[in-house]
Design a binder for this molecule. Structure first.
Ligand code: ZN
Length: 182
């Protein structure tokens, strides 16, 4: 951050009084520009025992497969965000079944949340941000072509839970880019 978004004056990094971290502070209008983690919300969309994945038509990770997910917007809930992203990227309507994973990704200042979901009518397609969408059999997940570590982690947890059909909420973190699956 270089300039104050309130008044346009250059900002400086300093620790405000009563704080313990460096913040971008405007010395002209005294605004403190706090920067906090962003939430990414998405779904694990299931239909007929298969998982719906989207192949990304945008950077980063163009051409890689992902669960439908994206940055939460102001004035919506995480469930609304997850359902909206599924609608936008996979042209699919879903019933949200429950929270599945919360994954902190502190090195990029994000929190990723995935909900278990079922397609309402089995309809899906490729939204503007997807090259294609496809239902994958659980044995055919394209592990070598997945987009993001949180998607991989969520799918790994899901397949593990599927063995016992006990879907708990998983709270975990990824603190560095995960190595490629062996
Ligand atoms: Zn200012």
């Amino acid at each position: 951050m270089k300039y104050c978004s309130t008044c346009g004056h250059p900002v400086e990094q300093k620790i405000p009084q009563g704080d313990n971290r460096h913040r971008y502070v405007c010395l002209s209008c005294d605004t403190i520009h706090y920067q906090n983690p962003r939430i990414v919300a998405g779904t694990v969309p299931i239909w007929d025992g298969r998982i719906l994945l989207c192949r990304r038509a945008i950077e980063p990770r163009y051409g890689y497969w992902t669960l439908p997910a994206g940055f939460m917007e102001n004035a919506e809930t995480t469930i609304e965000a997850a359902a909206r992203e599924t609608r936008e990227e996979a042209l699919a309507e879903v019933n949200i079944e429950g929270l599945y994973s919360i994954i902190d990704v502190p090195h990029i200042n994000q929190v990723h949340m995935f909900y278990r979901a079922t397609l309402t009518d089995g309809q899906f397609g490729a939204g503007d941000e997807s090259l294609e969408t496809q239902l994958f059999d659980l044995n055919d997940i394209p592990w070598d072509e997945l987009s993001f570590p949180t998607v991989r982690k969520t799918l790994e947890l899901y397949l593990e839970d599927l063995k016992s059909e006990a879907f708990q909420v998983h709270v975990t973190d990824i603190r560095y880019p995960m190595p490629a699956r062996k």
